[in-house]
Write a protein that binds this ligand. Structure first.
Ligand SMILES: [Zn+2]
Ligand SMILES: [Zn+2]
Length: 336
C-alpha cells in the first residue's frame, strides 16, 4: 500500500476534498504517525480561506491529531513505532532564534503550525517534527485525546500559568469547544469556578462540567453577575465574542485578570478607567508538546474529557460546516 486517503484544500475558499495521496516518508528528525483521530478546530478555517501568512495550497489541515508512531526518520531517538502520540497546533520550532534561546519555544520566530506550515491530520498518515510530538496516556482514547491537543492545552495551560491560586474565583466566559473543557479544568484545579453563558438552559450542563456558579447573561450582565458573586480573580475568555469578553472586565476584582485564549476579529472596547485598580488584560499562546503531555496526563488523572461528535474523513466538509454554524456539541472529531 503506497497511497492514503486525505482531505485537502487545493484553492482559496475551496471545499475540503477527499483525495488519494502518496503515504509520505519521514525525513530527518521526523516521525510518521498513523492517524486514529483528528479534531476539527475553528482555526482550520485559515486553511480554507487560503489567507494564513505563509500558507501554500494544496494543504491537508488538522492540528488535533492522535494516533500511533508508524515509522521514524533519521536521528529520531525519542520515539519508536507503536508509541501512542499526538500533535497539536505548535508544529515545531527552530532552536536558534532569540525566543528559542530563552526556552520560549511557543514564541519561536520560525515556529511551524501543524496543518498550515505542513500537512496535518485530516489524513490516514501525517509527518511531524520530533519536538512537536506528545505522548498520550493509555487511559485516553484517540477520539478524546484529539481535542485536548488544541482546545484542551489552550485552556489548561492558560489556567495553570494565570497566577490564579486554589480557592480563587475563576470565571469561564462561553461554554463551547474551549469553554466546556476550561470549566472542567478550572474546577479540578481547585478554583471556585463560574460559568458565564447566555440562557438558563445551559446552567445544568455548566454544573455537570464542574461549575460551582452560573451567570446567565440573558437576565443580567456578566459584570453584574460576577459582582454579585464577589468579583472574579480571573476571567478566561473562551468564546471569540468581543462584546461578551469586554463585558466581563467590570466583574473582575481589583488586581483581577482577563485572560484571552479565543480571539475575536473585532477590537475589544474597554474603558481604561476600569483598569486603574490594577486589573490586567492578557493573552496566552497555547503550548508546546510537553504542555500537551501535561494536559493529557491531567485529563487522565482528573477525568476531564471533551464532548465530541465523531465523523468519518469523507464527511469533513459536512462536519466543518456544522462546526462553523455552531451546531456541534462541543467538538467534532474525524476518524479515518
Ligand atoms: Zn486549534
Ligand atoms: Zn525559534
Amino acid at each position: 500500500m503506497t497511497n492514503m486517503k486525505a482531505v485537502q484544500v487545493s484553492k482559496a475558499r475551496g471545499a475540503f476534498e477527499l483525495v488519494e495521496r502518496e503515504i509520505p516518508e519521514p525525513g530527518t528528525r521526523q516521525v510518521r504517525i498513523k492517524v486514529e483521530a483528528c479534531g476539527i478546530c475553528h482555526s482550520d478555517a485559515f486553511v480554507k480561506s487560503g489567507a494564513y501568512p505563509g500558507l501554500v495550497l494544496p494543504r491537508i489541515p488538522g492540528h488535533e491529531i492522535a494516533g500511533r508512531v508508524d515509522a521514524v526518520g533519521a536521528n529520531v531517538t525519542a520515539w519508536r513505532a507503536g508509541d501512542r502520540v499526538g500533535v497539536g497546533w505548535h508544529g515545531g520550532h527552530c532552536f536558534e532564534c532569540n525566543a528559542c534561546r530563552r526556552g520560549l519555544f511557543i514564541n519561536c520566530e520560525n515556529a511551524l503550525v501543524t496543518g498550515i506550515s505542513f500537512d496535518g491530520g485530516y489524513a490516514e498518515y501525517v509527518l511531524a517534527p520530533t519536538e512537536a510530538v506528545a505522548r498520550i496516556p493509555e487511559a485516553l482514547s484517540a477520539v478524546d485525546a484529539g481535542p485536548l491537543l488544541c482546545a484542551g492545552i489552550t485552556t489548561y495551560n492558560a489556567l495553570r500559568n494565570s497566577g490564579a491560586r486554589p480557592g480563587d474565583t475563576v470565571a469561564v466566559q462561553g461554554i463551547g469547544g474551549l469553554g466546556h473543557l476550561a470549566i472542567q479544568f478550572a474546577s479540578r484545579m481547585g478554583f471556585r469556578t463560574v460559568a458565564i453563558s447566555r440562557g438558563a438552559d445551559k446552567e445544568a450542563l455548566a454544573r455537570q462540567l464542574g461549575a460551582h456558579e452560573y451567570v446567565d447573561t440573558q437576565s443580567l450582565t456578566a459584570a453584574e453577575g460576577l459582582s454579585k458573586l464577589g468579583g472574579a480573580d480571573l476571567v478566561l475568555a473562551a468564546a471569540p465574542n468581543s462584546e461578551a469578553i469586554a463585558s466581563t472586565v467590570n466583574g473582575l476584582k481589583s488586581r483581577g485578570k482577563l485572560l484571552i485564549v479565543a480571539a475575536p476579529l473585532e477590537p475589544l472596547k474597554i474603558s481604561a478607567f476600569g483598569l486603574l485598580s490594577g486589573k490586567t488584560i492578557a493573552g496566552w499562546p497555547s503550548g508546546t508538546a510537553i504542555d500537551s503531555e501535561d494536559t493529557l496526563a491531567f485529563s487522565a488523572l482528573t477525568n476531564v474529557r471533551p464532548r465530541v461528535e465523531v465523523f468519518k474523513l469523507e464527511q469533513a466538509e459536512e462536519a466543518f460546516a456544522k462546526v462553523m454554524e455552531n451546531r456541534i456539541r462541543f467538538r467534532a472529531v474525524l476518524t479515518p
